[in-house]
Design a protein around this ligand. Structure first.
Ligand SMILES: Cc1cc2nc3c(=O)[nH]c(=O)nc-3n(C[C@H](O)[C@H](O)[C@H](O)COP(=O)(O)OP(=O)(O)OC[C@H]3O[C@@H](n4cnc5c(N)ncnc54)[C@H](O)[C@@H]3O)c2cc1C
Length: 276
């Protein structure tokens, strides 16, 4: 458990094994170990994450003639007959791809202007979405002159007093030399206490005397992937779909789960437009 199952579970589900969904964990393990060839390979990007995926996706979309409107916040969707209006512009169908909390906030605003039959659907969907609980992920960035790890990524032995599960050597991954990133999944500690513990852990487990650079705690990094969790459906109302890592599906809150959800939403729109 301590050497294999617990580290895999917390890194895949961002939920500690004792309270994690066994069903979701087994699905991830099945796909990683017995799915497509190469499914269990660990891929570490050497470019920053914006460039790795969103940048490439944006360029692809522009080449297909798609329009990107960056920095444009959607605050409400207004039903208008068979269409939906966003900021005064009408669309035949909308896929809402924002986070769970942002999506339910936008739908709360929408429900006020919607006829009862639509408003009820928006409220029901919002109710399930707002019930999701969250887990944090913390990243402690620390620096040591001339420090390099034996590999770009190391698994650490974590415990309550030594909270980091993984250490990344940014210098070997396209970042500045000497900069290490310690990742604490399912983190519960306050920022300062966590930073102190992680620096002590680096000293004790890696023999490194590091200086803290920055600690980022994402409080709502992922939904808590617990047993029997009810997740909101892909379809919100006629012509309005949701996609994202939190939408009902077999995966935990991961990039893979988000992509699968988006593929399912696009397939529902293009293959069965009459039923959505
Ligand atoms: C620190 C951290 C580490 C992680 N590590 C991993 C990992 O190693 N592997 C992995 O698979 N997953 C990891 N995850 C989880 C992964 O990032 C998420 O599962 C994934 O990004 C979810 O994608 P999404 O498209 O559902 O939502 P998001 O990536 O949250 O995208 C939602 C988008 O909607 C935009 N938006 C929000 N509100 C509005 C609005 N009102 N109008 C218009 N746009 C809006 C946002 O700007 C954002 O671009 C990590 C998450 C965190 C926080």
């Amino acid at each position: 458990m301590a050497e294999l199952i617990e580290p895999l579970c917390v890194s895949a589900l961002n939920t500690l094994a004792p309270r994690a969904s066994g069903q979701v964990f087994l699905r991830v393990m099945q796909d990683a170990l017995f799915g497509v060839q190469g499914g269990s390979r660990l891929l570490l990007p050497k470019v920053d994450l914006s460039e790795l995926f969103p940048g490439a996706a944006a360029r692809w979309l522009s080449r297909q003639g798609g329009q990107l409107r960056l920095g444009t916040r959607v605050t409400a969707l207004v039903p208008a007959g068979l269409q939906w209006q966003i900021q005064g512009e009408a669309f035949d169908a909308v896929i809402l791809a924002t986070s769970a909390s942002e999506s339910s906030r936008a739908l709360d605003n929408s429900a006020q202007a919607a006829p009862d039959s639509i408003a009820n659907k928006l409220q029901q969907w919002g109710c399930i979405t707002r019930a999701l609980q969250y887990e944090a992920i913390a990243t402690v960035y620390a620096f040591g002159a001339d420090v390099t790890l034996p590999r770009p990524m190391l698994t650490l032995r974590s415990s309550a007093a030594m909270p980091a599960q993984f250490a990344f050597d940014r210098g070997q991954l396209g970042g500045p030399g000497g900069l290490l990133a310690f990742v604490v999944s399912a983190s519960t500690l306050a920022r300062d206490a966590l930073q102190t513990q992680v620096l002590a852990q680096a000293q004790q487990q890696l023999g490194l005397n590091l200086q803290a650079v920055q600690t980022i705690v994402e409080k709502r990094a992922t939904f808590a992937c617990t047993p029997g969790l009810q997740r909101p459906a892909l379809q919100i109302a006629p012509g309005l779909l949701a996609c994202g890592d939190y939408v009902a599906g077999p995966y935990p809150a991961t990039l893979e789960g988000a992509v699968r959800s988006a593929v399912a939403a696009v397939a529902a729109l293009t293959m069965h437009p009459q039923t959505v």
